[in-house]
Design a binder for this molecule. Structure first.
Ligand code: F7E
Length: 300
């Protein structure tokens, strides 16, 4: 949710906090005295983590450690949810579940794995803390940051549809992701903290699509058909009139890539009675129509 929206909600009370600053965390926890803590804070951009590995480590591992250690001191009874990620599976082939091997290939995945092993699994065993993790596969919505591939695509295509932009560039079109709706994932996070015992769960739809398929599906929602031609960095996607709308640019490729993620959420289905309620098509439709509306509003 955008900060602006949160700040104006009468049901929410915002406290200042900073994962780089233990006293700031202490103050917020003392004031809030929370029953439940959801640590969703992160440097969450995998691509950026190659450029800023120390910052990523500082927030995603050390920051999480500060928060959890302060919570143990100030509100030891609070139940803690810590956001883990499918990026921890890295090169392990799909379907990935709670028993799959971890093999991260990015500073983001490495920092998240360290936090998961030490702070979630380790502290839970050592300190009898109620802490657990959702190992979440990609979760998207119209609130997704504009540099992530789904939102970048829906926003760019909305601009193109309304004549405000001619084309946009992407990196690896063949990467496969298990894209679900963020609202479904949040439901799972809450369910995890309502269980008798803390346990970690893979949260995923069980279906994966390539970036290319996401682009095609989003274009289709706008009544556009993409025809691909060329190979590698020369590949382009053209509309029905032969105009280039998608290009490939090497600056959007990562030094190492997680090629194929598809989660097996059977444990969550069985034990949490959780399932994804939103299909890939519904998700794409939701994101495209929100961006089309956004862009139209900005035009007036
Ligand atoms: O990339 C490829 C890119 O940045 C998805 C985060 O929430 O989910 C997210 O991480 C795929 C990758 O998300 C572009 O190479 C192609 O294969 O949208 P993304 P992500 O890296 O999967 C996980 C679960 C998290 O935990 C993370 O915090 O798309 N791709 N062309 C591109 N990606 C971007 N961003 N931009 C492109 O132009």
């Amino acid at each position: 949710m955008r900060l602006k929206t949160i700040a104006h909600s009468p049901r929410l009370h915002l406290l200042y906090g900073n994962l780089r600053d233990s006293p700031a965390i202490t103050r917020a926890l003392k004031e809030a005295q929370p029953d439940e803590i959801y640590n969703l804070a992160a440097q969450s951009d995998v691509g950026i983590s190659f450029k800023c590995p120390e910052e990523t480590w500082e927030v995603n591992y050390a920051g999480a450690k500060r928060l959890i250690r302060e919570a143990m001191r100030i509100c030891p009874k609070a139940r803690i949810y810590h956001a883990s990620t499918s990026e921890m599976f890295g090169t392990t082939p799909p379907p990935q579940n709670e028993l799959s091997a971890f093999a991260p290939v990015s500073p983001y995945g490495e920092a998240k794995l360290k936090a998961y092993r030490e702070l979630v699994c380790g502290y839970r065993a050592k300190h009898k803390l109620f802490i657990c993790s959702g190992i979440l596969f990609n979760h998207e919505s119209s609130r997704r940051g504009e540099h992530f591939v789904t939102r970048k695509t829906t926003l760019s295509l909305a601009h193109i549809k309304l004549g405000l932009q001619k084309s946009f560039a992407l990196g690896n079109l063949e990467a496969k992701r298990d894209w679900g709706f963020a609202g479904d994932s949040v439901r799972a996070m809450h369910l995890m903290l309502q269980q008798k015992t803390p346990k970690d769960y893979v949260i995923a739809t069980g279906e994966s699509h390539t970036v290319r398929e996401f682009v095609e599906a989003a274009a289709k929602e706008l009544g556009m058909t993409i025809r691909w031609s060329g190979k590698g960095l020369r590949e382009v996607g053209k509309d029905a009139k032969g105009r280039i709308v998608v290009r490939v640019d090497k600056k959007f490729f990562r030094p190492s890539e997680v090629r194929d993620l598809r989660g097996d959420a059977s444990s969550a289905r069985k034990e949490l009675r959780w399932k994804s309620h939103t299909s890939f098509k519904q998700l794409v439709r939701m994101m495209v129509s929100a961006d089309l509306k956004n862009v139209r509003q900005q035009m007036h």
